[in-house]
Design a protein around this ligand. Structure first.
Ligand code: ZN
Length: 191
């Protein structure tokens, strides 16, 4: 489903009026259009399902596994930086760091693809927990591996920019799938 930019423009204009400002004054007259253009970009991921994102980035390499049993191999990509927007306040979630681990199951995904998957999943109205499970689901689909872990830390402007100021509130979430859920030694290797 494509983003309806015209409707966003109209809606932002109404918000400006509701705030008691004049949407036709010089500084604001292009604001609805600017916000619509920005939303189209920062919410790009809303145009696609997880499955469609998986198909988009499904460039995996068949692993040339001469090394007989590699069931303990681990890929861990740390500190991918993304932005997202919380669905409760439409507020920016910033300074977010996403780390993704998986145990290859014959297919290895290019490392830059993991970063692009995280970025696309973040470009939605999100909850940090759901961002983790979206990324895990997409990585599972692309790699055919059920053993995936996603760690996210981030600051939410709906918490940091209102209410009690200067409150050091970083939110940490983890999504564990497959062996990461049951095998604590595996998890320990990520610490
Ligand atoms: Zn919020």
């Amino acid at each position: 489903m494509a983003i309806d930019k015209k409707l966003i423009e109209e809606s932002i204009r109404n918000i400006l009026i509701a705030l008691g400002d004049n949407p036709d004054r010089e500084g604001l007259k292009d604001t609805p259009k600017r916000v619509a253009n920005m939303y189209e970009e920062v919410f790009e991921g809303m145009n696609y399902s997880n499955k469609e994102i998986a198909e988009m980035f499904d460039k995996t390499f068949e692993e040339d596994c001469d090394s007989t049993n590699s069931s303990n191999d681990l890929v861990f990509v740390k500190d991918i930086e993304v932005f997202s927007y919380c669905e409760h306040h439409l507020a920016l979630m910033y300074d977010m760091k996403v780390s993704v681990a998986y145990i290859p199951n014959g297919k290895v995904i290019g490392l830059s693809k993991i970063a692009r998957i995280a970025d696309m999943a973040a470009k939605r109205l999100q909850l940090q927990e759901r961002l983790g499970s979206d990324i895990a689901e997409i990585i599972e689909m692309v790699t055919d591996s059920p053993n995936v872990a996603v760690f996210i830390e981030g600051s939410h402007s709906c918490m940091t920019a209102r209410g009690i100021k200067n409150f050091p509130s970083r939110t940490l979430t983890q999504t564990l799938r497959g062996r990461f859920k049951t095998d604590s030694t595996l998890l320990a290797r990520l610490r």
